[in-house]
Design a protein around this ligand. Structure first.
Ligand code: ADP
Length: 727
């Protein structure tokens, strides 16, 4: 038999006799006993046949007796899960006594065809038990039968058919197979011992390697921390020594390096979370193509800044898939940023995606670049932590070497696979393969056609409400806040719509001009705008909105692809309220928007009383103070005019009724009429305290024609009668 077929047979046997939960030593024991039994059955059969051919019924009978013990054992063994040693012990014990019986009837030790050797194989076989007690019992039994047979010798007589030639023949045959069998057992024992030693050595080697990896990891971590920390400490020292010179550059460097550290720590935490199996997976059925398109677009300006062509090539326009969008963002972001990072000016980066041609139940995402590529010797290691290729200093790019390790773990978490290839001279190709399933909950994406109609009808509804004469009765608080998205990419709009439509009334504009027009029309609660857009870019729009009294209070979040865009904006009178770098995290965007909307509560608190306003902390608040002061000025000038109302205020202040209504509601949480009434009553109180005018004169002064109407309103506002202040 060739070695491979022996191994194949061994593997088959191991499979046949194992069971769930079986341990290595038990398996070895079972295997040894099984193989030994097979060998015995074979040898006994041969001996029986020989007995039959030589016309020796006693040998045939002995052979059948042994086979009737061996065959059932062979069959039962695979199913046995415990007490295997005891089971075999009882069989072998019987076998020794059966042999004893045949030795007696054949006339003693020397005339019984070498049956006395059977016991030796029994003893050898019993060494597999790993139970010394049983082996000793068998040995004592065997010895007892031998001695007893010897002692009984004088009373025994050999069988006539067992001639001395036949006896010699069987003696030799039995001894030979016994010797061969013993040799096999010894060889087997030696090879098992060697295997054990090898595996121990392998384990030692593995532990040593693990130790080395840990040390390397530790060295790497400390190095990665040391660099930014050195910069931070150095900058802090410089700022302290020469504040005027270093404050700007220094704080910026500190911020950037602290950010790097934070990123590093987050990545490491994510990695250990992933390894500990503690990273939750949020599978939803959603359109993966839509997200990939968005992610790709988010990198367009980074690619553009390096003059790299970034192409998105999906095989289909839409594909619903169970996957975790946040994890996907990390994966694709890492692959795309690496591809752009390691590709020279004028290069090409492609993101192709679709269903794998061999297996339709696999989805692939391929990021391919024609950049530096990865040398073959490094390829097997790039998914290791902190592994970076730094030999070519001209191509040295900063990074931590954690990105791909994290990416691989994330892909694994989604039951996928990631492969890196780098054909010499052709750049790198990273392929992520994900299983296709559609079992998770649907996360509705807006490309479902009904959605746009819904938005439109909402838009008309709001429009109608705002324009209607009774707009002051309309309580916006029961409605969702209005969010204006100014973005020229339809796909990004689709993506934003999908993730924000639940929490906001959305208004969409595709460039700065349209954004400006819609902002004026709807006075949204918050604006989310891209920076780079045709016609009028985000910065120009921001400048106009912040300078206009009607819209100056609206918080604006800028979506920027480049972090340095913030510095371009610092020159403006008033910047945006927040910047989000693309690609952004869905949850982070949501939180930013919500927090900014919540900030208006601070303004409401500020304008809740009619007292004169404290000095504003910043330009943004000063601008709103200016508006409120102006409104109060106009109201004061018209205090005694009972005909004065929202219509007059609008024309004086130069805002439409709807605009004024929305802005007022945001700043004061009150309608204009409510505010006007509060204002009149506040002034009345002032007059009552500071002047000698009587109640009806005061009522008249603040625009009340009806005295009882005035008294009731006053009581409701201050909890006391106006006349009580007079006394
Ligand atoms: P880093 O933060 O350093 O980018 P990664 O784990 O993302 O860490 O990548 C590990 C290393 O693999 C990188 O330092 C780089 O040498 C190599 N690498 C990754 N992607 C590419 C690519 N598209 N082209 C060439 N080299 C790459």
């Amino acid at each position: 038999m060739r070695k491979s077929s022996v191994d194949g047979f061994k593997a088959w046997a191991a499979k046949a006799i194992s069971f769930p939960g079986i341990d290595e030593s038990m398996l070895t024991m079972k295997l040894n006993i099984w193989f030994a039994s097979m060998g015995s059955a074979f040898a006994i059969s041969a001996m029986t046949l020989l007995g039959y051919l030589l016309d020796l019924p006693v040998i045939v009978n002995y052979g059948f007796a042994l086979l009737s013990l061996t065959f059932p054992a062979l069959i039962i063994l695979p199913f046995l899960r415990k007490n295997i040693d005891r089971f075999f012990f009882s069989i072998q014990f019987t076998l020794i006594w059966v042999t004893f019986y045949f030795m007696i009837i054949m006339g003693g030790l020397l005339t019984s065809a070498g049956l006395l050797f059977s016991g030796i194989s029994v003893l050898f076989m019993s060494t597999s038990y790993q139970n010394n007690r049983l082996t000793v019992i068998l040995f004592v039994t065997y010895l007892t039968t031998l001695i007893t047979t010897a002692l009984l010798q004088p009373r025994l007589s050999p069988l006539p058919e067992m001639t001395s030639q036949k006896n010699l023949l069987f003696f030799t045959v039995n001894f030979s197979w016994q010797a061969g069998y013993t040799l096999l057992l010894i060889l087997n024992n030696i090879s098992q011992k060697k295997k054990l030693a090898d595996s121990k050595q392998a384990e030692t080697l593995r532990l040593k390697e693990l130790d080395e990896t840990k040390t390397k990891l530790f060295t790497n971590i400390t190095h990665e921390f040391r660099t930014p920390l050195t910069i931070i400490l150095g900058m802090a020292r410089l700022i302290k020594e020469k504040p005027a010179e270093w404050i700007d550059e220094g704080t910026e460097k500190i911020r950037k390096n602290a950010q790097n550290l934070l990123h590093l720590v987050n990545q490491m935490l994510d990695l250990s979370k992933l390894e500990a199996g503690a990273m939750p997976l949020h599978l939803f059925q959603q359109d993966i193509i839509l997200q990939l398109r968005y992610l790709c677009e988010s990198f367009s300006s980074m690619a553009l800044s390096k003059n790299i062509r970034l192409i998105f090539k999906p095989e289909m326009e839409h594909l619903l898939l169970d996957y975790d969008a946040d994890k996907m963002m990390h994966i694709v972001t890492n692959l795309l940023s690496n591809a752009i990072k390691f590709t020279k000016e004028g290069g090409l980066v492609q993101l192709t995606t679709g269903l794998s041609s061999q297996k339709n139940d696999e989805f692939f995402i391929r990021v391919q670049d024609n950049g530096s590529g990865i040398p073959e010797e490094h390829l097997p290691h790039i998914f290791e932590r902190f592994y970076r290729i730094e030999e070519d200093s001209a191509q040295y790019e900063n990074g931590t070497g954690l990105g791909l390790a994290l990416t691989k773990e994330l892909v694994k978490l989604m039951n996928g696979n990631i492969i890196a290839e780098s054909p010499p001279g052709e750049g790198s190709v990273f392929t992520v393969l994900l299983p296709v399933s559609n079992n998770a909950l649907m996360k509705e994406m807006n490309w479902l056609s009904g959605f746009k109609d819904e938005i439109n009808s909402h838009r008309q509804e709001i429009h109608a409400k705002i324009k209607s004469e009774s707009s002051e009765l309309y309580d916006v608080e029961t409605e969702r806040p209005i969010l204006l998205i100014v973005e020229d990419s339809p796909d990004l709009v689709d993506y934003l719509t999908a993730i924000l439509k639940k929490d906001y009334h959305l208004e969409i504009a595709s460039n700065g001009n349209e954004g400006l027009r819609k902002a004026m029309e709807y006075i949204p609660d918050i604006i989310l705008s891209d920076v780079m857009m045709p016609e009028m870019d985000g910065i120009a729009m921001l400048e106009k909105l912040k300078a206009d009294q009607r819209t100056s209070h609206i918080p604006i979040v800028m979506l920027t692809a480049k972090a340095d865009i913030a510095s371009r904006l610092t020159g403006l009178e008033r910047g945006a309220d927040a910047y989000m770098a693309k690609p952004f995290n869905e949850e982070e965007l949501r939180i930013r928007l919500r927090k900014l909307i919540e900030l208006r509560n601070l303004l409401r608190l500020r304008y809740a009383t009619m007292e004169s306003l404290p000095v504003a902390e910043n330009k943004a608040i000063a601008a709103e103070d200016h508006f409120i002061t102006r409104v109060r000025g106009i109201m004061e000038a018209n205090l005694d005019n009972d005909q004065f109302g929202i219509h007059e205020l609008c024309s004086e202040i130069g805002m439409s009724r709807a605009q004024l209504y929305r802005k007022f509601k945001t700043l004061t949480d009150r309608t204009v009429n409510e505010y006007l009434l509060n204002f009149r009553l506040f002034k009345a109180k002032e007059l009552l305290i500071k002047t000698d005018l009587n109640v009806s004169e005061v009522a008249f002064e603040v625009g009340f024609k009806n005295l009882s109407h005035f008294s009731r309103a006053f009581r409701e506002e201050f909890g006391q009668n106006p006349s009580s202040l007079r006394k």
